[in-house]
Write a protein that binds this ligand. Structure first.
Ligand code: NAX
Length: 325
């Protein structure tokens, strides 16, 4: 048997984790010969509830689940972890502005960055999912100076998967026939799902779809899909978000399929003229546990405006968290 990998999940009693934990414990992410240790973090008020989830995990008798621990202390939950899913965050409450949420949550991620820096494995891979995910990720990186920034990313894979699914439905093909979709920018409604490079069964998507459908239907639908789900379901996306978190980590660890790329929000190196250091969603390929931003894609005027709008929003968020950077 292999040595178990240690995985931290924060917000472990929340709705995304309720899907995610069982899939990790079953071996879906790391493979059917890889034991896992789950190190779960919650706030004190949620620890009782989390105990119930631990009991359910135990009741699955997963052969690969080596052990589970719970804590409200990041220094304990992140001890020696190889992977960290930072999902826990405060939801937006009544009367709260987006800027209030940014301030409160950025503080959480600053503390968690410091704890990762102190106790996590030096090669830990960190996925930030809690919102505002891109800026939280930037704050986490700034507070973990001894860990390579390339080990951190924020999740736009749900947006990416939504875009793949919608284009596939529009063209009447399977999701596996769609390649080279990109979601650029912030995980917010300024994100830009870009079809200009997309291929459907090897053909340029722009030859198969109407340009007005792209700009007037596709782009706003993907940008607002999260809000639409809240309106209809009464709760935010959870199973699809957990699915995207699994996809994100799996691709990062195992690599992108031949001839395709995925969207990941990663620290900008200035590619495509985006301010260095912002955590920006790019098309990336992954190999041997590392990602590389896809270079030299042609960006037309429409796309450039969309990228710049999302960058401006991230620059504004950066101003709001500057005391934590
Ligand atoms: P829930 O409110 O169900 O769960 C959040 C959990 O985090 C709660 O159990 C809470 O007690 C815990 N928590 C709060 N502060 C914490 C802290 N300091 N340390 C540890 N745990 C803490 O939310 P859920 O639906 O699971 O969503 C979690 C986060 O993901 C939210 O911020 C949400 O906005 C974000 N999302 C991000 C997505 C993305 O694509 N990047 C998509 C889905 C989701 O909306």
């Amino acid at each position: 048997m292999k040595t178990p990998v240690k995985i931290a999940v924060t917000g472990a009693a929340g709705q995304i984790s309720y899907s995610l934990l069982f899939r990790i414990a079953s071996g879906e992410l790391f493979g059917n010969d890889q034991p896992v240790i789950l190190q779960l973090l919650e706030i004190p008020q949620a620890l009782d509830n989390l105990q119930g989830i631990v009991m359910e995990l135990e009741d699955c008798a997963y052969p690969l689940l080596d052990s589970i621990s719970t804590s409200d202390e990041p220094n304990i939950a992140f001890q020696d972890v190889d992977y960290a899913f930072l999902i826990g965050a405060r939801p937006r409450g009544p009367g709260m502005q987006r800027s209030d949420l940014i301030g409160t949550n950025a503080q959480i991620f600053a503390e968690q960055g410091q704890a990762l820096n102190r106790v996590a494995h030096r090669n830990v891979k960190v996925l930030v999912c809690g919102n505002p995910a891109n800026s939280n990720c930037m704050v986490t990186i700034a507070n973990a100076p001894d860990i390579d920034p390339a080990n951190f990313s924020a999740m736009t894979r749900l947006d990416h998967n939504r875009a793949v699914g919608m284009l596939a439905r529009q063209c009447g093909v399977s999701a596996s026939d769609v390649k080279h979709i990109t979601v650029w920018g912030n995980h917010s409604n300024t994100q830009y799902p870009d079809l200009f490079h997309a291929k459907v069964k090897g053909q340029a998507a722009t030859r198969l779809i109407d340009e007005h459908w792209m700009s007037d239907t596709f782009v706003p639908t993907i940008q607002n899909r999260g809000a639409e789900i809240i309106k209809i379901r009464g709760l935010s996306s959870a199973a699809s978000a957990a699915n995207a978190a699994i996809d994100h980590m799996k691709t990062w660890k195992n690599g992108t399929p031949h001839g395709d790329w995925v969207s990941m929000a990663v620290p900008s190196d200035g590619s495509y003229g985006i301010t260095k250091g912002l955590v920006f969603s790019y098309p990336v390929t992954c190999q041997n546990g590392n990602y590389a931003i896809v270079q030299d894609l042609e960006i037309n005027k429409f796309s450039l405006e969309m990228l710049k709008t999302s960058e401006a929003e991230l620059l504004d968020e950066k101003k709001q968290v500057k005391n934590l950077l």
